[in-house]
Write a protein that binds this ligand. Structure first.
Ligand code: PMP
Length: 333
C-alpha cells in the first residue's frame, strides 16, 4: 500500500527517470528523460496547473463553484480542467485554432468550455492569452465563488511549483550526480523552476535551453536579441517574448532545434525503445544529445519527456501533412 494515492492531486509528480538508450550511446553520457507524461492529466503541465490553483486558493481568489480561465496550447488546460473537476471548479480554455484536433477533443470531452481563436502575436489584442485575461475580467461579476485567470506565462507560482517538486525530484533521483539539464520553454515554468533548484544545489550544473526553430529565445540567450527564424510543427514550446517565469531561469547556453532533427529521434524511440513521445520531447532529446557532445562522455544529463505522441497523431503520423512540409515520417505509416 506504500504507493497509495488518495486523489488526483496526490498522483501528480514523482515521475520516474528513464534512461534514453540511443541518446546515451551516441554521446557516451547517461541521458535520462523525466517521464512527465505519466502525470494523471498526461503531461508536465499537471504540475503547473496544481501550482497555479494552489496559488489562487492561498490568495483566497477561488472556492468551490468558481471558474478558472486560461489561455493554453492544451496541456495546461487539460491539467486545469481535470484538477478543477476534482475540486469543483468550472474551466474555460482559450486556445489557438491551429492546435491539434486531439487536444481540442480531449478538452471538450473532459468538460472544459473551449473558445478557439485565430493565432495572433502576443502584441495583438486578439492573442489567446489576452483574450483569456479579458474573459476572466468580464466574468468576474457573474460568480461569487471567484473567477481566476490562471496566467501560466506570467504568474511565477508556475515556476515555483517546479522549484518545489520537479527540481528536487531530479536531484534526488540522480543522487546529486547531475552535470546538465536541458529542456524547451513554453511558459518557462519548467526550465526556470528546475534550473533555480539545481543551481542552488550545485552552481556547476549546466542548464541549457533547447529551442524549436521559429522561437526567439535561442537568439535571446546567444546574443541578447529576441529574433526568430523558420518554423516548427511542435506545440507548447517556443516564445516571442520573455515571460515572467522565463525571466527567472538560470541558463548557461542554448541550442536551436529544427523538426528535421527532432522528428527522426521520436520515430526511432517508438521503434527501438518503446517510448511514444510528443513533439516537444524530440526538441528536448535532440538538445540533450547536443549537450552531451558538448560536455563530453561520462556526464549525466536530464531532460523532460513532456507528453505522449497520442496528442499529435494528426501531425506526427500524418504522411500527407509531413510530406507536404518536406518532413521525415516513420517507415510504418
Ligand atoms: N512541452 C509541452 C508538450 C507543453 O505543453 C509545454 C507547455 N506549454 C512545454 C513543453 C513547456 O513547458 P513550460 O511551459 O513549463 O515551459
Amino acid at each position: 500500500m506504500s504507493n497509495l494515492k488518495n486523489n488526483f492531486i496526490e498522483s501528480i509528480g514523482n515521475t520516474p527517470l528513464i534512461k534514453l538508450q540511443a541518446a546515451s550511446e551516441i554521446t557516451g553520457c547517461n541521458i535520462y528523460g523525466k517521464a512527465e507524461y505519466l502525470n494523471p492529466g498526461g503531461s508536465v503541465k499537471d504540475r503547473a496547473a496544481l501550482a497555479l490553483l494552489k496559488d489562487a486558493q492561498e490568495k483566497k481568489l477561488i472556492s468551490k463553484g468558481g471558474i478558472v480561465v486560461e489561455g493554453t496550447a492544451g496541456n495546461t488546460g487539460i491539467g486545469l480542467c481535470l484538477l478543477g473537476n476534482s475540486l469543483g471548479y468550472e474551466t474555460i480554455i482559450v486556445m489557438n485554432d491551429n492546435q491539434t484536433q486531439e487536444k481540442k477533443d480531449t478538452l471538450k470531452n473532459i468538460g472544459a468550455k473551449l473558445k478557439l481563436v485565430p493565432a495572433k502575436p502576443f502584441k495583438d489584442d486578439g492573442n489567446y492569452v489576452k483574450v483569456a485575461k479579458r474573459l476572466a475580467t468580464e466574468l468576474s461579476s457573474t460568480n461569487n465563488h471567484g473567477v481566476v485567470f490562471a496566467n501560466q506565462f506570467d504568474n511565477t507560482a508556475n515556476s515555483k511549483g517546479h522549484f518545489e517538486t520537479t527540481g528536487p525530484e531530479i536531484w534526488d533521483q540522480t543522487n546529486g550526480k547531475i552535470d546538465g539539464f536541458i529542456c524547451a520553454s513554453g511558459t518557462g515554468g519548467t526550465i526556470s523552476g528546475v534550473s533555480r533548484y539545481l543551481k542552488e544545489k550545485n552552481k556547476d550544473v549546466k542548464i541549457y535551453l533547447s529551442d524549436p526553430s521559429g522561437s526567439a529565445l535561442y537568439n535571446y540567450i546567444i546574443n541578447g536579441e529576441l529574433k526568430s527564424e523558420g518554423g516548427s510543427i511542435t506545440e507548447g514550446i517556443g516564445s516571442s517574448r520573455i515571460t515572467a517565469n522565463f525571466a527567472e531561469a538560470k541558463i548557461d547556453g542554448a541550442f536551436s532545434i529544427n523538426d528535421h532533427e527532432s522528428l527522426p529521434l521520436l520515430y526511432d524511440l517508438i521503434k527501438n525503445e518503446g517510448l511514444s513521445l510528443g513533439t516537444s520531447c524530440g526538441v528536448n532529446i535532440a538538445g540533450a544529445i547536443k549537450l552531451g557532445k558538448e560536455l563530453g562522455p561520462g556526464k549525466t544529463i536530464v531532460t523532460i519527456l513532456c507528453d505522449k505522441s497520442d496528442k499529435y497523431n494528426s501531425k506526427m503520423f500524418n504522411k500527407a501533412f509531413l510530406k507536404e512540409k518536406g518532413l521525415p515520417f516513420p517507415e510504418w505509416i
